[in-house]
Design a protein around this ligand. Structure first.
Ligand code: GDP
Ligand code: GDP
Length: 437
């Protein structure tokens, strides 16, 4: 089921990224740091009161021209209104309400989305009176926070989670594979959709869906049912902000959440850029099956080493996704296109694979025999048993004498052994360590 999306908007310097980091930082982020995931985070997955949501800091959209600040915060607000389920509208207690704040408020007012007013820089709790003026926005009770001191974050999270919509379910059969194509503008996503469907043009209804299903395209191939997620969104064009990274990521987040398999489309002609990493990183964190599609392979100057070199480049850039297969193709000439869906089907199967506990434990026992677990302060980690508790993505729980002694590197070692035995190609694996002696 799809996680809801929360966006933080507000003018520059009110403290959006500080608060964003507080929210996704430390214990709240459910995903461990993996090498290769970009440091400059613009999104995160968080959990509070048992509810999971993703959050994006829409600040820092850069555009050229006059009135840059006003224009860019307008864009931010537009972006959030279009894509977010809940909007956190952040202001600065020290500065009070400015003209730019008013502008944003006006836009948000018309959006009909749940708006939470967060008033940052209330560093001194005895100055809670600073928030009164922000009642005048008319969005209800403002919440006092301080990014510097970390106060009020719990209240803010309470407000966010109580405004999250009921999780939306779509109505596809269990055996349907939901596929999202993501990637920067112009990598060839729409062309690829057309090529897959074997038509000149994708014909889907443009009626803004009361149900999300209206924006998807179902099809069947070789007895397997698929749904291409958000094909309508892919064809939406013409707005300046489509080219901004945050827009692409935010749009992709929604599609990824609703998908089983994510096709990370890369332009073979241009190579890999940072933006590709942000998008792929989100697919990884959301626990989706993924593969890389290197498109426009027709225009690449090739010899017998080119494919291998490109593959090495992808592996270097996406260290956190070494499990994802790579398909090289051309949406334009349909060269190698027939290789794509079998790989999609394969990774979808791997994503729902369950390994019996005794088989899993045989592998873990062998792994432990070859490379004993770490010790810490004279105590050695003892693994009692391992069991798979979930699929989509495959999730293992390792029961040990003391979870504190488990090292990230040893967890990686176990993951590698599990992959060597059972493959799990195309899917992330989650490993949790719990105490049980
Ligand atoms: P953004 O442009 O809205 O993302 O704002 P930043 O998060 O970059 O913060 C802008 C400035 O405000 C930085 O210098 C922060 O250190 C400062 N700042 C952020 N939160 C607080 C706070 O709670 N109190 C005070 N006094 N300063 C803060
Ligand atoms: P999107 O923004 O990711 O949906 O990209 P489009 O599907 O609109 O494609 C962007 C441009 O790349 C268009 O001009 C396409 O004709 C072109 N294009 C897409 N796929 C290929 C391909 O495989 N080879 C070549 N040479 N051009 C392609």
């Amino acid at each position: 089921m799809a996680r809801p999306v929360v966006a933080i908007v507000g003018r520059p310097n009110v403290g959006k990224s500080t608060i964003f980091n507080r929210i996704i930082g430390d214990r709240l982020s459910i995903v461990e740091d993996k090498p290769g995931i970009t440091r400059d985070r613009i999104y995160g997955i968080s959990e509070w009161n048992g509810k999971s949501f993703s959050i994006i800091d829409t600040g820092g959209i850069e555009i050229d021209g006059e009135d840059v600040i006003l224009k860019s915060i307008r864009m931010q607000a537009e972006l959030a209104i279009e894509e977010a389920d809940v909007i956190v509208f952040m202001s600065d207690a020290k500065a009070g309400i400015t003209q730019a704040d008013e502008e944003v408020a006006q836009m948000l007012y018309r959006s009909g989305k749940p708006i939470i007013v967060a008033v940052n820089k209330v560093d001194n709790l005895s100055r809670a009176d600073l928030i009164y003026e922000f009642y005048s926005y008319g969005f209800g009770d403002p919440i006092a926070v301080s990014g510097s001191h970390g106060t009020g974050i719990g209240d803010l999270l309470d407000a966010i989670t109580s405004n999250l919509p009921e999780l939306e379910e779509d109505h596809y059969d269990e055996d349907v594979i939901r596929v999202a194509l993501i990637g920067r503008p112009n990598v060839g996503k729409s062309s690829l959709v057309n090529a897959i469907l074997g038509e000149e043009r994708v014909i889907v209804s443009d009626i803004a869906g009361t149900t999300r299903d209206a924006i998807d395209t179902p099809f069947e191939k070789d007895g397997q049912k698929y749904v291409l997620i958000d094909t309508a969104g892919m064809r939406k064009r013409g707005k300046v902000y489509e080219t901004t990274e945050k827009y692409s990521v935010m749009r992709a987040m929604r599609a990824i959440e609703r998908a089983d398999v994510v096709l990370v489309v890369i332009n073979g002609e241009e190579g890999i850029i940072e933006q590709d990493k942000h998008i792929a990183g989100y697919a990884y964190e959301a626990g989706k099956a993924s593969l890389f599609v290197v498109n426009k392979w027709d225009v690449v100057d090739k010899d017998d080493k080119t494919m291998h070199q490109f593959e090495t480049k992808i592996r270097d850039h996406f260290l956190f996704m070494t499990y994802a297969p790579i398909v090289f193709l051309s949406a334009k000439t349909k060269q190698r296109l027939q290789k794509l869906l079998p790989v999609v089907q394969h990774v979808a199967q791997q994503h729902v694979m369950r390994i019996q506990t005794h088989l899993l434990n045989d592998v873990i026992s062998d792994a432990v025999a070859i490379n004993p677990p770490p010790t810490d302060k004279g105590r050695r980690l003892r693994i009692n048993y391992v069991t798979q508790v979930a699929v989509k993505p495959p999730t293992m729980v390792v029961f040990v004498n003391d979870p504190e002694i488990m090292h990230f590197s040893y967890e990686r070692y176990l993951e590698n052994k599990i992959r060597a035995a059972f493959n799990f190609e195309g899917t992330p694996i989650r490993i949790f360590t719990r105490r049980k002696s």
